[in-house]
Ligand binder design. Structure first.
Ligand code: MG
Length: 327
């Protein structure tokens, strides 16, 4: 027997409104991951009578976990056409590598009963000490967050940072990438988060408002730029881009994750889901124009779309932004 490789195939299932992640391992002596298939009737992607769906490998990572490689896949129907659940294909059609993205993924770690990590004795004291906090009474889950950071870096996924968030048990990491790979990286970083937390007996909740009341929700602020914004921008260029995105605000919200109305209330540094606004340095706006753009004389610039929810599909986000701005 030749050298065998363990390929860990990852794909998105057919659940609505957001897909869940699935994976399984193939052991083979092949030097790259071959196409494969799965039972789509168990993932809401096919009927039982004709249940084969196909896995098309699209991005391969050195695996920092159990297997040798992580293989992000698109799902195809049995006849090799794009499956209706496959949101990546449409994004890949419009997003070129000149588009750079920085996703700020927020989430909660959870106990097996679904409560946030650190909330075992009921609601903790109010928010205030937890953001970027230190000490066992101020943070919960740091060892998992740090293991996740190392795993992503080992896989070649560029996390640019991580921090404890405003609620106890809530964390954020920032994931940077170019073109369609940026969204592949975000999905695989989520996969690693789920899998590493699993080793600690801990769950991950990416719902935008897991705890009602005066507790922060979770978002996924999406920073983006293209060549012109980075090299030859102007106030007019950035304003025109914001206006264009504002014209299709409802389409954007539809692409930015479910239950986002519970988070975009106009409180907790958000704009109301009903309104669209943008402004320099404005964290209460739908889109923030960073002050650094102004300081850099509108060169080396980017925009921060603050609307996407923590549970949003990054393929849909980048397809909406680039699709709108290149129309
Ligand atoms: Mg944050």
């Amino acid at each position: 027997m030749g050298d065998l490789n363990k390929y860990e195939y990852i794909w998105l299932d057919g659940y609505q409104p957001e897909p869940s992640m699935r994976s399984k391992i193939k052991v083979t002596d092949e030097e790259s991951a071959p196409g494969w298939s799965f039972d789509g009737s168990s993932t809401q992607q096919a009927e039982g009578g004709s249940s084969d769906c196909l896995l098309l490998p699209v991005q391969t990572y050195e695996s920092p976990v159990y297997s040798d490689y992580l293989v992000m896949c698109e799902v195809q129907s049995a006849d090799h056409t794009t499956h209706p659940s496959n949101t990546r294909a449409a994004a890949a059609d419009v997003v070129t590598d000149e588009w750079w993205f920085g996703f700020e993924q927020e989430y909660f770690f959870t106990n097996p009963d679904g409560s946030p990590l650190g909330w075992e004795k009921g609601e903790p004291r109010p928010q205030g000490d937890y953001y970027c906090g230190v000490g066992a009474d101020n943070v919960s889950g740091r060892e998992i967050s740090e293991a996740h950071l190392d795993a992503c870096l080992a896989a070649g996924i560029h996390l640019t940072g991580t921090n404890a968030e405003v609620a106890l048990g809530q964390w954020e990491y920032q994931c940077f990438g170019k073109g369609i790979k940026a969204a592949d990286d975000l999905w695989v970083s989520r996969y690693l988060l789920y899998k590493i937390a699993e080793e600690f007996g801990v769950g991950v909740n990416i719902h935008p408002k897991p705890k009602s009341g005066d507790w922060n929700g979770s978002g996924m602020h999406t920073n983006f730029s293209n060549e012109e914004m980075r090299t030859n921008g102007s106030e007019e260029l950035f304003s025109a881009m914001c206006d264009k995105l504002g014209e299709v605000h409802a389409e954007g919200i539809a692409a930015y994750g479910s239950d986002n109305d519970q988070r975009l209330t106009g409180l907790h540094e958000t704009q109301s889901i009903e309104k669209f606004s943008y402004g320099i340095s404005d964290r209460g706006a739908s889109i923030r124009i960073p002050i650094a753009n102004v300081e850099n004389n509108w060169k080396n610039g980017y925009l921060e779309d603050r609307r996407p929810a923590s549970n949003a599909d990054p393929y849909k986000i980048i397809a909406h932004i680039v699709g709108t701005l290149t129309k």
